[in-house]
Design a protein around this ligand. Structure first.
Ligand SMILES: [Zn+2]
Ligand SMILES: [Zn+2]
Length: 275
């Protein structure tokens, strides 16, 4: 059973209109498709839904939900950034928009002493410059800030799903730190404990791999093995930014989970068996 709850359309930084994702998903036999535009942020940016488009986004998703009811289950969601003291409370947006689910993600990491934001998801030079300028070249502080902020998000905002939990590795590619080092493992273990305590679903995000920006999925296989051992539920997301990506590398991710030992994935709405 295939599904995807992580998609971006031209309402935010995706490439196509909502309906074309529904058609692609329906053609490819998905059981369910969720829309997860980047929720509006107070910080100036080029990738989030504008505040004045939020209502029309929600309305359009609901229209498609009804129109395609016989063919595919459509869900209204948002991918919400958590930035300490500046982002809106998840629950407030969630209730105002009658959302059906949310994905909590960190794209902007705050240096709590200076208030500066490190953008880990844009061009590689922002990533490298951010470590130098925002965290004084101290990569451990930068990475720790990312995982501290992730823990804080899960505890305070309780998203249904946590998005690309180790995205901070994306532009690293073994240059600034090794994922095998103890300090890094300790940060991962602490976040996984918080996730397990809050019953958050971890997504296996295939986007980094199919865009070539990352060598593997988010999270790394070693983290997924820990999820399996600790009974943390996982699901697959393709983080599609165009209709052709609605199911990209889904089957590869399923087979990785199967190899690790998982026999089911869990979305906010149903469980899907892995045979
Ligand atoms: Zn994201
Ligand atoms: Zn996304």
């Amino acid at each position: 059973m295939r599904y995807n709850f992580h998609t971006h359309s031209c309402f935010d930084d995706g490439k196509d209109v909502l309906e074309n994702y529904v058609k692609a998903a329906s053609d490819k036999g998905l059981k369910a498709l969720g829309f997860s535009a980047h929720a509006p942020l107070n910080e100036a940016n080029e990738w989030c839904l504008a505040k004045n488009k939020l209502a029309s986004y929600c309305r359009k998703v609901k229209i498609l939900k009804d129109k395609y009811r016989e063919k595919i289950d459509i869900y209204l969601g948002l991918e919400m950034d958590y930035i300490p003291r500046t982002s809106e409370d998840f629950v407030k947006i969630f209730n105002n928009c009658a959302l059906e689910y949310n994905i909590g993600s960190i794209h902007l990491v705050k240096n709590k002493e200076t208030g500066e934001l490190w953008f880990i998801d844009g061009p590689e030079e922002n990533y490298v410059n951010g470590i130098e300028k925002i965290f004084d070249g101290n990569v451990k502080s930068a990475v720790k800030a990312f995982y501290d902020q992730s823990c804080e998000m899960v505890i305070k905002e309780k998203p249904d799903i946590i998005g690309h939990i180790d995205k901070v590795k994306m532009h690293n590619r073994g240059r600034f730190f090794s994922e095998h080092e103890k300090w890094y493992q300790d940060l991962i273990n602490r976040l996984l404990k918080v996730i397990a305590d809050n019953q958050t679903i971890i997504e296996v995000n295939t986007r980094g791999k199919y865009t070539g920006k990352s060598d593997g999925f988010f999270p790394s296989t070693a983290i997924l093995e820990k999820c399996y051992i600790n009974n943390i539920p996982v699901m697959i997301s393709t983080d599609a930014h165009e209709p052709s990506q609605v199911i990209k590398l889904f089957d590869e991710a399923i087979s990785l989970l199967h190899d690790i030992g998982f026999r089911e994935t869990q979305t906010p709405f149903f469980k899907a068996r892995i045979d």
